[in-house]
Ligand binder design. Structure first.
Ligand code: PLP
Length: 489
């Protein structure tokens, strides 16, 4: 990396601001408060702006280029969402404020709950969880509480297909329950016979992603849900892939009992550096009493004679409690609300249609160059194999690293686990045909390079600030300092 530390820029005495002359007499600080060893950078405004602008483009981002990171739904984050989240009335509202003085913020949360209920086909929604994974954890706690309330304490197992996202078994284990893995069939869907064999009175529920992480719709979703319900289990929907179904199919109508939404995927809010995200949970009628709170509700009877409705915070009767301080990630909720409002119901359906169309376009263009293990009409993403029979030294990782030289973020590597050398590609609906074509052209060129100049792939990337790292050595010999610290104490 060539960018120096800000401490190594500037020169003594240089400053970014000019203070006005004081209109009071100058006085010295008391000697015990004065410090003369403050090692602060002495830089002008232009030094600072250029430094951070250069740093900001060293990393790849959705604002810089194509980002087909499968399962993560790296769609463009509209700037309007940011403007709305920065409105002073929303940005400066304080969580300890009397709800009577924050009615606008509560109305926004109420409508977000209502719209998510409508989109998912659920009876209740809580905006509390702050990520998809936390939504999963919430959903499992809800399912567990439901069974316990009925005295059904034998149930300790959660069934999870082998194509599932790693957070599914992780949140199950965190809840103290046992994971039972269900294999996929030859078409990439849940193996019904195996599922049937595991359905008994020890099952808390099934966690299933639809479309699954291969980007394939579960054709048998209705019989799958029936099987689980018939043994007294509940069905959890991992809603991270809702951007393939929104406005077309409602998981609640299919029979799902509980599902999380990823606002930072489906509803275009930024993923941030590991957060903040938002993973609201929707539930069917029988699970509504267990939702984490507080929820926002309309005060009964306060609506009379053309008055504005009044909103209040309520805790569901048998709530599992809070999942997070205060009211969820409010700033993220504002962004998702804006996105839903701008698109409207027709627009949200169109989002899903375009996401699915774009992904099928890519598969159709790449299927003669790369092996597509489950080569059938996919939803919003699909998986190819990053290996070639006639270029044995080349792995998915080499293809991904080389793609960075073409100015694009790699697809998701080595996931789902059931595909060898998996490359999972999700273009999202926000990409134009030109950027989809540029990606296909790059992938076709890379396939040719794999045969003709394999070292170009194995040593890639060549054009990024940092080249191919020895990841094992980087972890063992961790070096986090750019230069020695002068006064370690
Ligand atoms: C992203 C994702 C999750 C987890 O969501 P986070 O918000 O990252 O915690 C779970 N399942 C699937 C299929 C996902 O793509």
């Amino acid at each position: 990396m060539t960018e120096p530390l800000i401490y190594d820029l500037g020169s003594p005495g240089r400053a970014g601001i000019k203070m006005p002359d004081p209109d009071v007499p100058l006085a010295d600080l008391p000697a015990d408060l004065a410090r003369d060893d403050l090692d602060l950078p002495e830089v002008s405004e232009v030094d600072v702006v250029r430094h951070y602008t250069r740093l900001s483009i060293l990393n790849h981002s959705i604002d810089k280029g194509f980002y087909p990171l499968g399962s993560c739904t790296m769609k463009y984050n509209p700037r309007l969402n940011e403007d709305m989240a920065r409105l002073p009335g929303l940005a400066a509202v304080h969580p300890y404020q009397d709800p009577e003085t924050a009615q606008g913020a509560l109305e926004l949360m109420y409508e977000t709950q209502e719209w998510l209920k409508e989109i998912g086909g659920f009876a209740g929604v809580s905006l509390q969880p702050s990520a998809g994974a936390q939504g999963e954890f919430t959903g499992i706690l809800i399912m567990r509480a439901y069974h316990r309330d009925r005295g059904d304490t034998r149930r300790t197992r959660i069934l999870i297909p082998d194509s599932a996202h790693g957070t599914n078994p992780a949140s199950t284990t965190m809840s103290g329950l046992e994971v039972i893995e269900i294999p996929s069939d030859a078409r990439g869907n849940v193996d019904l016979e195996s599922l049937r064999a595991h359905c008994d009175d020890t099952v808390v529920g099934l966690m299933i992603t639809n479309p699954n992480t291969l980007g394939l719709f579960e054709d048998q979703i209705v019989p799958i849900i029936e099987l689980v319900h018939n043994c007294g289990g509940l069905v959890y929907g991992d809603g991270a892939n809702l951007n393939a179904l929104m406005g077309i199919v409602r998981p609640g109508d299919l029979g799902f009992d509980v599902m999380h939404y990823n606002l930072h995927k489906t509803f275009s809010t930024p993923h941030g550096g590991g957060g903040p995200g938002s993973g609201p949970v929707g539930v069917a009628e029988h699970l509504a009493p267990y939702l984490p709170g507080p929820l926002v509700d309309i005060v009964e009877g306060a609506e009379s004679e053309g008055e504005m409705p009044r909103y209040q915070l309520v805790m569901p009767a048998r709530s599992i409690g809070r999942m997070k301080a205060f009211y969820g990630n409010f700033g993220v909720i504002v962004r998702a609300y804006t996105y839903m409002m701008v698109n409207g119901s027709d627009g949200l359906r169109r989002v899903s249609e375009m996401a699915v169309l774009n992904a099928n376009y890519l598969r159709a263009r790449l299927r003669n160059t790369y092996h597509v293990p489950y080569d059938r009409v996919n939803m919003h993403e699909f998986v190819i194999e990053g290996r070639f029979a006639d270029a044995p030294g080349i792995h998915a990782l080499d293809i991904s690293k080389r793609l960075m030289d073409y100015g694009m973020h790699p697809p998701t590597n080595y996931f789902p686990l059931i595909v060898h050398e998996a490359l999972m590609i999700e273009p999202t609906e926000t990409e134009s045909k030109e950027s989809l074509d540029a990606f296909c052209n790059a992938m076709v060129s890379i396939a040719r390079e794999a045969r003709e100049q394999p070292e170009l792939l194995r040593d890639a990337p060549h054009s990024t600030p940092v080249g191919r790292l020895d990841e094992v050595r980087a972890a063992r010999q961790l070096s986090l300092c750019c230069r020695p610290i002068a006064n370690p104490d």
